[in-house]
Ligand binder design. Structure first.
Ligand SMILES: [Zn+2]
Length: 112
């Protein structure tokens, strides 16, 4: 007799206990929903990427790990050259959705 598959260890208990209780139809629906959620998190349109004050978006590219954004930034210091428009960077970020906001994961400087 096949053994019951174990849930991923990192899964919260309410999911590990709750998911196996669903019927086949709901499990398939859940599977589709998870696929949609993952796709949604990675699908960030260029217009969703807003440049804050003192920032300049140089490039937005799709990648398998998320949306890669290259931008130049201001450090906010009063006497810095960036205050007169000479921004720092460019720096690379991978942007993903987290709830209703965007999570900017800093990946380091980019050589021009
Ligand atoms: Zn600066």
């Amino acid at each position: 007799m096949p053994t019951h598959p174990t849930a991923p260890e990192s899964l919260p208990q309410y999911l590990a206990e709750g998911v196996p209780k669903q019927d086949d139809e709901d499990l398939h629906a859940l599977q589709d929903w998870i696929d949609d959620l993952l796709e949604y998190r990675q699908d960030i349109a260029a217009e969703d990427i807003d440049a804050s004050e003192g920032e300049s978006i140089e490039a937005v590219e799709e990648s398998s790990s998320g949306t890669v954004v290259i931008k130049k930034v201001s450090c906010g210091k009063d006497n810095c050259k960036c205050q007169s428009g000479e921004l720092h960077g460019p720096y690379k970020y991978v942007v993903r959705r987290q709830g209703n906001s965007l999570n900017w994961d800093y990946k380091g400087p980019v050589s021009e």
